[in-house]
Design a protein around this ligand. Structure first.
Ligand SMILES: NC(=O)C1=CN([C@@H]2O[C@H](COP(=O)(O)OP(=O)(O)OC[C@H]3O[C@@H](n4cnc5c(N)ncnc54)[C@H](O)[C@@H]3O)[C@@H](O)[C@H]2O)[C@H](O)CC1
Ligand code: K
Length: 477
């Protein structure tokens, strides 16, 4: 089952893999024609009722695969109002090749005739809300006709994200849906057609995944999360990098909790950082109360960058997780305590493969085996894992993603802190798997853009200004 939003992301990822949408439309139209062949013999009268989006475009294609049928193509609206290039091109082919095309300017002038089969290609996954005119009137006419109705992708009037019907919907005898089942469809009537989208378009992160991040225009301050980075002690650069990365990944506000002794140094990395120091040289049971109170006021916490592995620090992390029930990214030395705690918190753990084994996790050399092994271990921990490597594997035990952006130049120190900070910001608004996958994608893409431009020798801090374009656009790939 796939929602309309996720389908759009997969579609964009497929395009990035070199499969343009027009090619998918050709496969979709072919699949529609195959279902028509199943329900009626050659020579039967087939009315293709087409909207102005790509759903209509699929039926324009189908017409070319039904030359031995008596085909009529109805376009609801003027040809100039066809909304996409690929649908417009396929319409132009029909008129150039002299198919029986009819342009419906006015719903009252719509005449369905007496077809044996009606193909409902008015609206698909791009529809929002109740059917408007002329689609509403035409849907009623289709429902009254004594024809076999084949719906393309979803019956027009059914919301492809929720499966709900607001008002009128086409009552279909068969639905030919593409790539995967859509919400709200009755299994008995559905043919899921393989339109040649490779599994990679779903499994691997790609530019389509960034669709999750669209910022609503009425966003108010706070809608994208306040993030607390807990780190520093032996190391000061790590929490500063993580905090800056969280800011670059769109967090509204980022605060750093670190030992007072290093607060000035952490602050020195970036004027915009808000530092909330605690007493002592490192995180311990003694200053944990301060951190716990701060954490409760934030949407997500990033735990680990530069904390060190002092016994008292790890004990404090353990105590923190015992009480915490919010969202947290766990990185670096703090990872070791995760398997030992029984916490209500929602954790996104970001180990590299050595740290994963330190957590008692699996070893798998081949990335395909690793996907299964990481999924099993995530299910066992009941947390989400982002296992870093040439192929990053992200899994919550149920959903798994693999990220391939990034390059050997990124083995330099600090890139993991940037990743953890970005993941923390995204964790405030996204499901943990999506936060991990998007952070890995953007962090790696940022590194790829730098290396493309200037070659190796990148610093982790170089990644920071590249995070926004990697997450929100301006990406030339
Ligand atoms: N990989 C894929 O998903 C592929 C899908 N294909 C087909 O494309 C459609 C989705 O196409 P899209 O252009 O995005 O949207 P629609 O055709 O569904 O409709 C857009 C069109 O409709 C207008 N509109 C929106 N809501 C309403 C409404 N309530 N009443 C009336 N009109 C409405 C809107 O203004 C737009 O103009 C998918 O379902 C598949 O069939 C590709 O062919 C191949 C790959
Ligand atoms: K449809």
């Amino acid at each position: 089952m796939i929602t309309a939003d996720r389908m759009a992301a997969v579609d964009e990822n497929a395009a990035a893999l070199g499969i343009p949408r027009k090619q998918l439309m050709e496969s979709s139209g072919n699949a529609v024609a195959r279902v028509v062949r199943r329900v009626a013999d050659p020579g039967a009268a087939v009315a293709l009722v087409c909207g102005r989006g790509n759903n209509g475009g699929d039926a324009f294609v189908a017409a070319r695969f039904l030359d031995d049928y008596d085909v009529t193509v109805h376009l609801l609206g003027r040809p100039e109002s066809i909304g996409t290039d690929i649908a417009r091109e396929n319409w132009a082919t029909l008129t150039a090749a002299d198919y029986d095309t009819r342009v419906v300017h006015d719903s009252r002038a719509f005449e369905l005739g007496d077809p044996d089969v009606v193909v409902d290609a008015m609206l698909g996954t791009g529809a929002t809300g109740a059917l408007r005119q002329p689609e509403r009137h035409v849907a009623a006419a289709i429902n009254e006709a004594p024809a076999t109705v084949v719906a393309v992708d979803v019956p027009s009037g059914v919301d492809a994200d929720t499966g709900e019907v607001a008002g009128v919907a086409v009552a279909a005898d068969h639905v030919v849906t593409f790539h995967d089942a859509k919400p709200g469809l009755d299994d008995d009537e559905v043919t899921v057609a393989d339109i040649g989208i490779p599994e990679a378009a779903e499994l691997f992160t790609g530019p389509g995944d960034r669709r999750l991040l669209s910022r609503p225009s009425d966003a108010h301050k706070g809608a994208f999360g306040e993030i607390l980075v807990v780190g520093g002690g032996p190391y000061t650069g790590a929490p500063a990098l993580a905090a800056q990365a969280a800011m670059r990944a769109g967090a509204d506000l980022v605060r750093v909790a670190c030992p007072r002794a290093v607060a000035r140094e952490v602050q020195g990395f970036e004027e915009g950082l808000i530092v909330r120091p605690f007493d002592g040289e490192r995180l311990t049971g003694g200053n944990l109360g301060h951190v716990g109170r701060l954490a409760a006021d934030h949407d997500a916490v990033v735990f680990g960058p530069g904390l060190g592995d002092h016994e008292a620090t790890l004990a404090a992390v353990r105590d923190f997780l015992d009480d915490y029930d919010g969202r947290a990214v766990i990185d670096a030395d703090a990872l070791a305590v995760v398997p030992e705690v029984d916490t209500e918190a929602t954790l996104l753990c970001t180990p590299h493969q050595g740290e994963l084994r330190g957590m008692g996790g699996p070893r798998a050399d081949d990335w395909r085996d690793r996907v299964d092994a990481v999924a099993d271990f995530a299910a066992e921990l009941d947390h989400t894992l982002l296992v870093k490597g040439a192929y990053d594997v992200v899994s919550d035990g149920d959903r798994s993603r693999v990220n391939r952006t990034g390059n050997p130049g990124m083995t330099v120190g600090g890139t993991g802190d940037v990743l953890a900070g970005a993941a923390g910001a995204l964790l405030a608004t996204q499901a943990p798997v999506d936060a991990g996958a998007l952070a890995a994608y953007a962090n790696g893409l940022a590194g790829d853009r730098i290396v493309d431009r200037q070659g190796y020798g990148l610093l982790a801090s170089d990644l920071l200004p590249e995070l926004p374009p990697s997450l929100w656009g301006g990406v030339d790939e």
